[in-house]
Design a protein around this ligand. Structure first.
Ligand SMILES: [Zn+2]
Length: 607
């Protein structure tokens, strides 16, 4: 006794028996009823969705002696011979093994003659995309003007491989994957017909495995039937088909997400005990992560073909992790699966991948990180700003207070009103957020103790500020102006007469009185190019005379000695900036963030 597999036994013989594909079936039936069947029809779709089945039913319906009708009668001679595969007028060709031009020429030879016993000759070419270009070309003319007694039916899984010239000459039908509900119902009916009771969970597993292909579903069902039991449970299906139970896969998924290497490796071992192959396992695992990701994306859970209970389970799990984490883990797994495929030790490769996934951490979106950083900075700023402001206050206000009482015009008032406006140069950088540069402050000549104090403020404002604040309490001597003490006021005085000159003077690193000279040190000679000119120098000398009541000759101290002499013992800010700009850490940071160095601020440094 020969056993007929389900896929053949259950092959639909009428349109009504076809599983799914309702729109295509309807269109075909309409074309039959209206006698408007195209002479070349192309069915496309994944494996096992009914392409050749539909082609055969069409062939029967076209040739049925009782036609035209919505379905072939399956009784007449023509129908019976076609069903039995003995019809002389139906040529079924496998495109994969008859792909050359010679076969097509022979075919064309055959169709020149009228049909022997039926109304039409029908050519079915399966896997038509396998034909060579020459074979396709040989078909072109025939397809364009097919003989009235010939119908072509093509089937393909790879529509994109068919030349456009062929496509344009065919009526195309795209077959969809059969939806799980429909396939499940179909398989259940078949099982009942075979007298087998099958659990819904077991059926769901088969349907999931079949992935929308009726033939695959039937083959799997066949395999389960061969198990011999009259009552098929989920465990049977898992065992027979070498599947891993859903629970184990879920346990594994959860372990990977929870960074639990023990459970992950145990689950892996468990899947092996089921005799499941690695490829299958990874496919299921990737499927789980895909499901989680789809659960995470709003509105995408409708795309999932899973039962409601499973959906709830996945949704609950997905809620615990960010989309980024799931995405990263899926990516790692996919990379691992790819490596596993080419590895001589696939299991080891998979275990390594698991470790990688487990060791990976939660991914936080950059946006969240940035906002956290912002809030952190804001929080710290209140603290830091306070500290820094205190430090700068020690520095700036010390300077200001020292200077204010001796403003030229408001000398009398200034003593009573230390912060009176005209004294404060408007460009004075007193912003608490940006630590002031020494050069910007136009640091004045100081005695050693004060210089030390100032440096300390710059370097460690938090610790030293208060001490400095105390030391910098102004020592007011209103009647004798002093370059060191009243430099800022001098700049303000100059500003009222020449704004640019005041600005350039303010850029000096230091100004000090030495004998009969006023020494102005500049780190960058570009900052005093104009000032160096004789007429300007003369002007400054006059201002100095007016303001300080002293006849001092102005001398510029420059690093390149272009119109003065090099300042000794002090690193120039320009040099410092150059060093900072070329600092390996800075360069690396710029590279990492793909940024550029826009502004260099030399300010308070923390130890
Ligand atoms: Zn018939």
């Amino acid at each position: 006794m020969s056993y007929l597999v389900l896929a053949r036994k259950a092959r639909p013989q009428t349109f009504d028996e076809v599983v799914g594909q309702r729109p295509v079936v309807k269109t075909l039936q309409n074309s039959l009823m209206r006698d408007r069947v195209a002479h070349a029809i192309l069915f496309s779709g994944v494996r096992g969705v009914g392409k050749t089945t539909l082609a055969r039913i069409m062939a029967k319906a076209i040739n049925c002696e009782k036609g035209p009708a919505e379905n072939p009668c399956n009784i007449c001679e023509s129908c019976r011979t076609i069903t039995a595969g003995s019809s002389l007028d139906l040529y079924e060709i496998d495109g994969a093994s008859n792909r050359g031009i010679q076969e097509i020429r022979e075919l064309k030879e055959k169709i020149r003659f009228l049909p022997t016993s039926s109304k039409f000759r029908i050519i079915i070419i399966d896997e038509v995309h396998m034909l060579t270009t020459e074979a396709f070309n040989a078909l072109l003319k025939t397809l364009e003007e097919p003989p009235a007694h010939v119908y072509f039916m093509f089937a393909t899984t790879e529509l994109h491989k068919i030349p456009i010239t062929i496509l344009s000459r065919c009526q195309r039908y795209e077959l969809k994957r059969v939806v799980p509900v429909e396939l499940s119902r179909h398989l259940q009916n078949l099982a009942q017909a075979e007298g087998v009771q099958i659990e819904q969970g077991a059926l769901d597993l088969i349907v999931r495995e079949a992935d929308g292909s009726v033939r695959d579903g039937l083959s799997l069902l066949d395999q389960v039937f061969s198990f011999g039991e009259k009552n098929i449970s989920m465990a049977d299906v898992v065992q027979v088909l070498g599947l891993v139970s859903r629970e184990v896969i879920l346990k594994l998924t959860r372990a990977l997400l929870e960074h639990d290497s023990v459970v992950a490796f145990q689950s892996l071992e468990e899947t092996f005990s089921y005799g499941m192959d690695l490829k299958r396992l990874t496919t299921d695992l990737l499927g789980c992560f895909r499901t989680l990701i789809l659960c995470k994306i709003q509105g995408c859970d409708e795309l999932l073909d899973i039962s409601q209970s499973e959906l709830t389970l996945f949704q609950d799990l997905a809620r615990e992790y960010s989309l980024q984490t799931l995405h990263m883990q899926l990516t790692l797994l996919m990379q691992g699966v790819e490596q596993m495929r080419y590895s001589g030790q696939p299991r080891l490769a998979l275990e390594t991948t698991f470790l990688k996934v487990i060791e990976s951490h939660e991914v936080t979106p950059v946006v969240t990180l940035l906002s956290r950083l912002d809030s952190l900075l804001a929080g710290n700023n209140t603290q830091n700003n306070g500290e820094m402001a205190a430090a700068e206050k020690g520095f700036v206000s010390g300077m200001v207070k020292k200077n204010t009482p001796v403003a030229p015009e408001v000398e009398g008032n200034a003593a009573a009103e230390p912060t009176s406006k005209p004294v404060l140069p408007p460009a004075q950088p007193v912003s608490p957020a940006i630590p002031p540069e020494p050069s910007d402050l136009g640091a004045v000549e100081m005695d050693e103790e004060e210089v030390e104090c100032l440096e300390d403020v710059n370097e460690a404002p938090l610790v030293q500020s208060e001490e400095c604040l105390d030391k910098q309490v102004p020592r007011v001597e209103p009647h004798q102006r002093n370059v060191r003490r009243d430099w800022m006021d001098f700049i303000a005085y100059v500003r009222e007469r020449s704004v640019w000159m005041a600005q350039d003077l303010q850029r000096a690193d230091s100004a000090r009185e030495q004998g009969e000279e006023l020494l102005l040190s500049y780190g960058d000679s570009a900052n005093c190019t104009l000032l160096c000119k004789d007429e300007n120098k003369k002007m400054i000398t006059e201002y100095v005379l007016d303001f300080f009541q002293k006849d001092l000759s102005v001398r510029f101290v420059l690093p390149d000695q272009s119109c003065g002499e090099t300042q000794e013992g002090q690193a120039s800010p320009l040099k410092e900036r150059h060093q900072l700009a070329n600092d390996p850490l800075v360069l690396m940071t710029a590279e990492i963030f793909n940024g550029q160095i826009g502004d260099i601020r030399v300010g308070a440094r923390f130890r």
